[in-house]
Structures are given as C-alpha cells and as structure tokens.
Design a protein around this ligand. Structure first.
Ligand code: IVH
Length: 696
C-alpha cells in the first residue's frame, strides 16, 4: 500500500504537523492531513505496526476535527473524522446483495478433502489444481460495496439474499477504508465480502465488564461481533474495537481488464488498496496433499492467534476456473471449508444450585452431565440470572448445547426444546438467601437478585477470597480452600482478620507443617506493600474491575483521599461513569468500610500510592517506555511488564520513535530489525533490563 519512500515522506510530514500544530492548517493542506491520518490508521489497524503513539495520533486527529468544525464547507464524507458515531439509528433498512451470499460446503477430515478435490479435477479435466488456503474467520459476515473509490454501502448477510444495511456501523471499523483506489485497477464498482471480528483480548475485556455489571456475557466472539454490528448507538459500535478481514470479491464492474486473475491476486489487490485481506495468512499450493498438511499445521496454531477461527477455507485459485465450476444453490463448487474440532458439545441439565457472590448476587449455576469440550471437562456452568434462564428457555432435564471457545468460560448456547419428553421441570428461583436465609431483593434497574445482608457468611467468605486472589493482593498459598477452612473454624472473620491470624492454632491443623505455615506467613506479610491498585481491586467495590482500580490508584497519593471526592469529581476519571462513580462514592462514605480501612492501615497495610511517590523521586524507569521481544529466559513476559509499570515505566505496543528501550530475548524477530533502524531506541538484553530494576 505504501512503499518505503511514501512511508518516509508521510512520517516526515507527520513530524512536521506534530511540531507545527494548528498554525499550519489551511484549506490548502487539509487533504494532506487527512492522508496522514489515513496512513496511520492503516499502520495501526491493518498492519498492526504503528509508527506513532496513540497520543500523537490524537493530536493530529483533533487538529483536523477542529479545522473541519470551523470550516464546515470543507467537510468530506471520507474524512477520518467521519467515522465518529452519529448518535442513534432507529432501524437498519433491508437491502439486496448484488450477488447472493452463499454458504460453504463443509469438510471434517482428509478423506472429505480428497473427495472434493477429485470432483474438482473431474469437472475441470485437470490433473492437479492450484489452491489458495486461508483461515475461516469465526465472526459475522459482511458485504461492502465501493463505488467510484468510496465505500457506498455495507450490509449484513441476512438470509443471504437480503441483509440489513449497516454502513453507518461499518464506518466505525478502522480497518475498513472509507475510500480505496479501485480505479487504479480499472474498477468502478465492486462488492467485497469479509468477516467482522472482535479479537480475543477485546472480547475478554468486554465480557469481564458485562459480568462486573451483572449482565450475562456473550458465549463467543462471533456472537459478540454479530451483536455489535447491529447496535443502534453508533458510538458504542466504535468503542467495541471491531476488526474486519476481507477475503472475497463477489462482483466487479470494470472499464478494462486490469484486475487479478487469481484469488491470491485479489487478496494482494485488496491488501495493496489498504484492506486487511488474509494475504499473509493465505498459502497457495498445488495438489490436495499439501492442502491437508497445511490445514493440520494451522489447527495447531489456532490458540496462538489473536482472533478466533473455526477452520480453514480451501479455494480454487484460478478465477476463470472458479467461474467454470460455478455454484449449487447452496454453495460454490470452487471452495470448501475444513472445520476444526468443535468447541461445542451437547449435555443434559441435571440441576441448578444457587451461589451467593461477594456482592450478594445470587447466581444460578447449572450442574450438567460432565462433557469434554474445547479440551476440558465441563460439569457446571453459570447461567447468570432469572432473565437469562427465561431467554434461553431452560428447564431441568433439558438437552443443551454448550460451547467453550478459546479461554472463554463455558456457556450454554441453547436448549433443544424439540427433544423434551414432558418430564422436564421448571427452574425455581429462591425467594430467600440459600446461605443465610435473608429475604432476597432485586432493585428495579438490576438483573440479579441479591442477598442484602452484608454479614451473610457467603458474602464475607467470597470477599476474603477475592481479596487474597491472584489479581488482587495475590497472597500466594492462601487460596480459596484455606479461606473457607479458616472461616468455618472461626479463625478468620473478615478481611483485616487475614493480618491477625492465630498461627499457633493454624499450626495445629492437619496439613500445616512448619514450612507451609512459614510460606503463608511470608506471603501475608509481603502483601502489605502491594501496589495500591491491587488493594483497591481487592476491596471489591462494585463495578471497579482491574482497569478502573488502576485508574483510581493513579489519581491519589493516599487511598483515604477518596473520602473527600464528590461523585462529579470521580466522574472526571477515565471510564468512570455515573454508576461507577456512585458506587465508589458510597463505598468511601460507608462507616463500616472506613472502619475496615482504618484497621488495615493499623495492621500495616500500605494505603499509599508508592508508585507515584517513587516515580516522582526519579526511579530509573520513570517516564521511559519499554517493549519486549523474543523469549525471555529469566522472567516471565507478564512479570517483566509488571515490573516496568511498578517502577514508573510504560509498556508500548509497537516499535516507533516513542519507544525508549527494546528488551531483546532469544529468537527476536522483526521488532528487533525495525528498532535497529530507529536511532533513538536503546536495544538491551534481558540481563541489562534486570540491572535497571531497583534491588528488591
Ligand atoms: S469465502 C461464496 N472465505 O464462512 C463464498 N468465507 O460457512 C464466499 N468465512 O459465509 C465465502 N472465513 O461468512 C470465505 N476465508 C473465508 C472465510 C469465509 C469465514 C465465512 C463466511 C461464509 C461462511 C460459510
């Protein structure tokens, strides 16, 4: 898309703009600025290799936005600012696809592929066929139409013939260019097909947030992507960080014959025009044996990808031959999907138990007949709340379909109501807390029933378990089982009690030798100086997940400062809305909570923001950015990154002039090569990095 010369030129222009700021901008230069922003979107969203920091991009974006606001006559529909959400859409009009969106025939093993290859050879009278093999992206399919180089329409698959027109939402997907120079290939109208995805990381964060709010999470990234495309609040679509792979051209109107003659050539063309096509993921091979070898190899890589795939697609590479082979009413004869091992399985819903969480939420948990799915055995699944049970129409005794994709917690996809015998029973929701017997309560705006007795033993135990957990205070060797045991024996009553344990009594318990007791004591002692964000997260304030805890920790020098914050002030913090601010405010104005914090402080637990203080006194890493590449041998990558952050440094996502240190492990690849070209980056070994850390 951009060769070296253009890249250098655009980067030089970027720096000029960043230095000059708003002084430079005139109507004459507006297109230059737009092109620069498009270039950086491409580097970030398509190539996954940004050259500037997010903050620098924002500076340029805001410049353009301001200028367009002051000069409305210069606004253009394909300006990078025009992806921004335009409020609420009332409905999505139905539109007909230029060519029906067909499905693919499926294959599940080598024999199926050999069979299909034989048919292709028979139909084409060729001895061997050239195939293009690419991932089968597990998302929601879309079609895009470009006319005169501009994105003119986008639609969901719908029933294959008619779909929903969702152009306004597709414009939010940054890897979909709003304009592309198809005219340079002699094309003035083109329909492209692809898949919209939400990557595993974003999906997990998104689901975690839903769970935090008591909303049932999505079963898999596919459902989440499909749901996101049809949201009526376009700004929210933007916040979902959707991605798109474009893999098929279904229709072309041309002025001449400059277009590629092969499928892989089409992928190249799309890539060159700024689309994220699977050019790099695709492999062209001759003969079905090589196809079989490749799909098997790729299946092993499945979990290392950042997005979900559910198989591979094998396509006849020669477009002329594709046309000759044609379609059935259901699928093209020139392509076949090879499906990977299913991550779904059927089971039986045997019983439902009700668990009380640390916030008092009563969660129904389905006990199911044990079944292996996605590499693990599943015997219980959270079914979230009463509404969810109704929505999924679940009954005791039902045959159910469950799914566990990647590292997502297992979910019930549906129940097979057609298999009911009449013996099934309705799931009864309790009216009283199954642990303390208190009457349950459901606030109008809430989806969950709660036990509002804050001294409910179940809640107390869950709060302590949360406090000691890995992502909170990380008190190793404590664990859920010990919390339960100590609580039952009356050795632990509340969170401060962790720091007042009677070790003599614990030493008498079976399984507690000198060594394990010593380990527990050490772990508890060292948790007293955990960074403030871990303590905040550990307190279990409603709606405050790990990210918000980090944001909050960065605001104050001392935790109790929050007692002086108003709800409005709290809302100034990133990602803290009315609901979250209200919850934080209430927490810091509750007498019992304040008593607990005072007790913790008395017991020697640090309530201060050590990081902020250390950074201020000039830690070696303060204000420095780091990136790790290759395999580290002494530290785990995640631990090394935590160390950077704990010592005031920052982790960045790619090699750019913003990077100060590239830490190189074994078998470092392209990042190292790239870093060598940027003079200001210091390239250091893992040992050198460790030496930079304060001695602990
Ligand atoms: S080609 C005319 N290529 O899988 C057929 N489809 O199960 C064009 N899919 O409806 C489809 N990755 O939504 C093709 N690399 C890929 C794909 C892919 C995912 C989806 C697509 C299709 C479905 C069929």
């Amino acid at each position: 898309m951009y060769d070296n010369e253009q890249t250098k030129l655009l980067q030089a222009q970027t720096n000029k703009w960043l230095n000059a700021g708003s002084k430079e901008i005139t109507a004459h230069f507006i297109d230059d600025l737009r092109n620069i922003l498009r270039f950086h979107e491409y580097r970030y969203y398509v190539q996954n290799d940004p050259l500037i920091s997010d903050a620098e991009y924002d500076v340029l974006y805001k410049l353009l936005e301001r200028f367009e606001k002051e000069n409305p006559s210069l606004l253009a529909d394909d300006s990078p600012t025009q992806r921004v959400g335009k409020g609420l859409v009332s409905s999505f009009p139905k539109v007909q696809h230029l060519v029906p969106m067909l499905s693919l025939e499926n294959s599940y093993n080598a024999a199926d592929l050999i069979d299909w290859d034989r048919k292709v050879k028979e139909l084409s009278s060729l001895a061997e066929i050239e195939y293009c093999v690419e991932p089968k992206f597990d998302g929601a399919s879309i079609s895009l139409i470009y006319e005169n180089d501009k994105l003119s329409r986008s639609a969901t698959r719908g029933d294959g013939v008619v779909g929903d027109e969702i152009t306004i939402n597709t414009r939010q997907i940054k890897s979909v260019p709003l304009n592309a120079k198809f005219s340079s290939y002699g094309i003035y109208q083109i329909e492209i097909r692809g898949e919209v995805l939400i990557n595993k990381n974003n999906f997990k964060n998104f689901n975690d947030k839903l769970i935090e709010e008591g909303i049932p999470p999505f079963a898999n990234p596919r459902n989440s992507a499909a749901g996101s495309l049809r949201i009526k609040d376009t700004a929210e679509v933007g916040r979902r960080n959707l991605e798109a792979f474009l893999y098929h051209v279904s229709y072309i109107t041309t002025t001449d014959k400059r277009q590629p003659l092969t499928h892989s050539g089409m992928l190249d063309m799309l890539w060159n025009l700024g689309f994220r096509s699977p050019k790099k993921e695709a492999l062209v091979v001759t003969g079905i044996d090589k196809v079989i070898q490749h799909v098997k190899e790729f299946e092993n890589k499945r979990d290392t990808l950042t997005y979900e795939i559910d198989g591979m697609v094998v396509k006849v590479n020669d477009l002329h031959l594709q046309e000759q082979l044609g379609m059935t009413s259901h699928h093209p004869r020139w392509a076949i999907a090879f499906k990977f091992k299913a991550r779904q399985a059927t089971s039986k819903l045997l019983a439902v138990n009700f668990q009380v969480g640390r916030t008092g939420a009563v969660t129904p948990v389905a006990r199911i007949a044990a079944v292996a799915v996605g590499g693990v055995t599943v015997s219980s699944i959270s079914i979230h709340n009463e509404e969810y049970i109704k929505e999924k129409n679940l009954m005791l005794g039902d045959t159910i379909l469950i799914e566990r994709s990647g590292d997502v917690i297992p979910q019930i996809v549906k129940s097979f109501t057609e298999l009911r015998t009449g013996e099934e029973e309705a799931i009864q929701f309790p009216t009283h807390c199954p642990v303390c017997g208190h009457l349950l309560f459901k606030p109008a705006e809430d989806a969950v029933w709660r036990c509002i007795n804050i001294n409910c033993p179940a809640q107390v135990v869950e709060r302590i378990i949360h406090f000691v957990s890995k992502d909170a205070m990380d008190i190793k060797s404590f664990g859920e089982a010990n919390v339960r045991k100590f609580y039952e024996l009356g050795l632990l009553k509340d969170v401060p009690g962790i720091y007042q344990l009677n070790y003599e009594a614990i030493g008498q318990l079976p399984g507690f030798g000198k060594k394990s007791l010593g380990n527990l004591q050490d772990a508890i002692r060292s948790s007293k100086t955990q960074p403030l964000h871990r303590l905040i997260y550990g307190l279990g304030i409603r709606y405050v997940g790990e990210t918000t805890a980090k944001t909050l920790a960065n605001i104050v020098d001392e935790l109790l400062e929050f007692t002086n914050y108003s709800e409005e002030q709290l809302q100034q913090a990133e990602d803290v809305g009315i609901k979250v601010a209200g919850s934080i405010y209430r927490f810091f104005h509750d007498a019992e909570n304040l008593q607990m914090l005072a007790k913790l402080q008395q017991l020697g637990i640090s309530l201060t923001n050590q990081k902020k203080q250390v950074a201020g006194t000039g830690t070696p890493l303060a204000g420095q950015t780091f990136l790790f590449t290759g395999t580290l041998t002494q530290l785990k990558r995640s631990d090394a990154e935590t160390k950077v952050e704990e010592n005031g440094g920052e982790i960045v996502s790619g090699v750019s002039s913003k990077l100060n240190y590239l830490v190189v492990g074994e078998d470092a690849g392209s990042k190292l090569e790239k870093a060598k070209k940027i003079q200001t980056i210091r390239i250091i070994s893992e040992e050198e990095f460790i030496k930079m850390l304060p001695v602990s």
